[in-house]
Design a protein around this ligand. Structure first.
Ligand SMILES: Cc1cc2nc3c(=O)[nH]c(=O)nc-3n(C[C@H](O)[C@H](O)[C@H](O)COP(=O)(O)O)c2cc1C
Length: 159
């Protein structure tokens, strides 16, 4: 019963970008479980799947960006959200820049938060990552946010 109720929820869709400072490898995923978690607007908590490359990279070096995706970016769902970056270069043919810590961000997104991971909490098959917002940049405020309901309507996700 609770599972069905949670299936009715809508979420905004994001991409979490990370990197390996030793090899220079850049990575990005798709993430919907992202929420502001303090009134002062300085903390965000994200749920990352155990075993995914994104979590491994952020546990190695705590810098990440949280990119707010626009409806125009649906091609990123398969590219970033359905394969691991361990074996592939997800940044091939992707418009990106680097923030002051050399962490990538997606130029075509609505904007991004530059964050630093401060704590990790186990949460079943995910790990909650408490992130401090270091800076933020609005890139394309005119665009509509990509949402899970939008992806459902376009038949890009099931359920
Ligand atoms: C619509 C959608 C929402 C997703 N939300 C999350 C999420 O909130 N947290 C997460 O860890 N993975 C989420 N994923 C799955 C990851 O994006 C996926 O496992 C990705 O391949 C991980 O790549 P990586 O191994 O390079 O980190 C989502 C995928 C899709 C398509």
């Amino acid at each position: 019963m609770p599972r069905k109720l949670l299936k009715l929820k809508n979420y905004d869709i994001h991409s979490i970008c990370s990197f390996d400072p030793d090899t220079g490898k850049l990575n990005a995923n798709i993430a919907m479980w992202v929420m502001a978690s303090s009134m002062d607007g300085k903390l965000v908590t994200i749920a990352l799947e155990n075993g995914d490359y994104t979590l491994e990279l952020i546990q190695k070096t705590p810098f990440l960006t949280i990119n707010f995706l626009a409806e125009q970016q649906t091609r990123l769902i398969n590219k970033l959200g359905r394969r691991s970056g361990r074996q592939t270069d997800k940044f091939k043919n992707l418009a990106y820049g680097l923030d002051s810590r050399n962490c990538p961000f997606l130029r075509e997104s609505i904007g991004y938060l530059s964050c630093e991971a401060k704590a990790f909490y186990p949460s079943g098959d995910h790990t909650l990552v408490l992130c401090e917002i270091v800076s933020q940049k609005v890139l394309h405020p005119e665009l509509n946010s990509m949402s899970l309901n939008f992806l459902r309507e376009k038949k890009l996700v099931r359920g």
